[in-house]
Design a protein around this ligand. Structure first.
Ligand SMILES: NC(=O)c1ccc[n+]([C@@H]2O[C@H](COP(=O)([O-])OP(=O)(O)OC[C@H]3O[C@@H](n4cnc5c(N)ncnc54)[C@H](O)[C@@H]3O)[C@@H](O)[C@H]2O)c1
Length: 253
């Protein structure tokens, strides 16, 4: 699965699944550009993992000017973008009847509009060089109704449909577009959500959540990064428009 010399642009690469992917892609010879809204995590990443093939660009994926500028910065720094991983996302726990309109707008902007904007500004370059792989991070919540996060599920359903539609539109241009749908992965996103929405200790909540999966454990960020690496590499060269679940068997029931 070596990605020698390939340039990977990943959003949300300063934490959780994205961070695991950054490390795995570097180990596999890629040049990695991280686009994240969190400058302190991004700068910390560069300090803790100094590497000539790693760069951080502070980016709010909900802002079109940021997305445009980051794509230009990555092209200036590394000369190409072979793989775009639309991974940044947020979760808001709220039943619909209690959800503030601004929260609804916010989660749509980050989880869905962000995928649109980063793809929009990367695709002209991929079209020009007639190759590319786009990997969108969906969720099993985009395939089945996951309790308490209806807006999140709606955004991830949108990501899956956007993936399939883009796959069809760009297949003839040798640009593949696939989606990974993780189950519950042990990341800061989930830890924050568990702490905010449960009174029990984090350890107890994690044990309870693990029980919903046939594999009886939460996933590790590295286990999602591995699927991203496969989708980025030529080993998946005949795959486009696919939604790959990595969920400990949750959706197999
Ligand atoms: N953790 C899970 O259980 C799980 C399950 C299914 C899908 N996912 C999806 O995986 C992706 C990564 O999640 P994670 O668990 O690693 O979360 P995380 O919170 O650990 O990391 C998300 C990263 O996205 C960044 N980000 C947030 N808003 C941004 C914005 N507007 N612009 C740029 N960057 C922004 C954050 O700063 C953070 O570094 C998300 O799309 C999430 O929905 C996670």
């Amino acid at each position: 699965m070596k990605l020698d010399g390939k340039v990977v642009l990943i959003t949300g690469g300063a934490s959780g699944i994205g961070l695991a992917a950054v490390k795995l892609f570097l180990e596999n010879g890629a040049k990695v550009a991280v686009a994240d809204i969190n400058a302190s995590s991004g700068n910390q990443l560069i300090e803790s993992l100094p590497h000539e093939h790693l760069a951080f660009f502070k980016t709010d994926i909900t802002k079109e000017s940021d997305c445009h500028q980051t794509v230009q910065n990555v092209l200036s720094r590394f000369g190409a973008i072979d793989v775009l991983i639309n991974n940044a996302g947020i979760e808001i726990v709220s039943p619909i009847h209690e959800m503030a309109l601004e929260d609804w707008h916010r989660i749509l902007q980050v989880n869905l509009t962000g995928v649109f904007l980063m793809s929009k500004h990367t695709l002209p370059h991929m079209l020009e060089k007639k190759s590319g792989s786009i990997i969108n991070t969906g969720s099993v919540g985009g395939l089945v109704g996951w309790p308490d996060i209806p807006a999140y599920n709606a955004t991830k359903g949108g990501v899956i449909q956007l993936t399939k539609s883009m796959a069809i539109d760009y297949a003839a241009h040798q640009i593949r577009v696939n989606c990974i749908a993780p189950g519950i992965i042990d990341t800061p996103l989930n830890e924050k959500s568990f702490l905010d929405n449960h009174t029990e200790s984090l350890e107890i909540v994690k044990k309870e959540k693990a029980k919903v999966n046939p594999m009886l454990r939460l996933g590790k960020p590295e286990e999602i990064a591995g699927v991203m690496l496969f989708l980025a590499s030529d080993l998946s060269s005949y795959m486009t428009g696919s939604v790959v679940t990595a969920d400990g068997g949750y959706t197999a029931r």
